[in-house]
Design a protein. Structure first.
Length: 197
């Protein structure tokens, strides 16, 4: 399995991204040296794509598949792309506050700790639907790991399209998000322009 081994803060700095969007509270004091260079139109489009891929932890081929799927759906392809990325199971686990970062959420799903509508799902890219109930399996609920996670994520705001029950480590997808409800600093129109070439 391919993994992104670049240090997170270094990657955030190169993409001009605040680490808080990844669930990381650290800040880097260093400044990007190449910050003054003017980017070409293609450079800006590529940067936005890299940002979206890095935030959601998706590699190139699956990302392109998401774009193709978003293109076939009704509505604006850019909005559809962001909604598809946001409704991935690992992202929903992160948004509900059951993981500190999306990478940790991906690991929790991969280690079979998550149930969707009572069935065990171990695929991080599984797309949730409105009405789905996501919960941590009974065997894992009492572990110290989740107590530590809830200490960190307890104050985190859960998006309005989700409903979280922190005590029982479960949550419900009330509806799929709209683009306005997704607080990720990505200009999806540039991604659409890049893939439309």
């Amino acid at each position: 399995m391919a993994r992104d081994m670049v240090p997170v803060l270094k990657r955030c700095r190169s993409l001009g991204l605040d680490p808080i969007y990844l669930g990381i509270d650290k800040k880097s004091n260093r400044q990007s040296i190449r910050g003054n260079k003017k980017k070409s139109e293609y450079g800006q489009q590529l940067l936005e794509k890299q940002k979206a891929k890095f935030i959601y932890g998706v590699l190139e081929k699956p990302f392109r598949n998401y774009f193709k799927k978003a293109n076939r759906m009704k509505g604006a392809p850019g909005d559809n792309l962001m909604i598809l990325l946001e409704s991935r199971l690992d992202n929903v686990v992160f948004r509900l506050g059951f993981a500190r970062t999306r990478k940790e959420a991906r690991q929790i799903v991969g280690h079979q700790h998550v149930l969707v509508n009572g069935k065990r799902v171990q695929i991080p890219s599984y797309l949730v639907k409105a009405g789905d109930v996501i919960e941590i399996r009974e065997k894992s609920k009492g572990s110290q790991r989740y107590k530590d996670i809830l200490e960190v994520t307890g104050a985190r705001l859960v998006p309005e399209w989700l409903e979280a029950d922190q005590e029982n480590l479960s949550g419900t997808v009330k509806m799929l998000p709209t683009r306005e409800q997704i607080d990720v600093p990505v200009n999806e129109m540039l991604i659409v322009e890049l893939y439309s070439k």
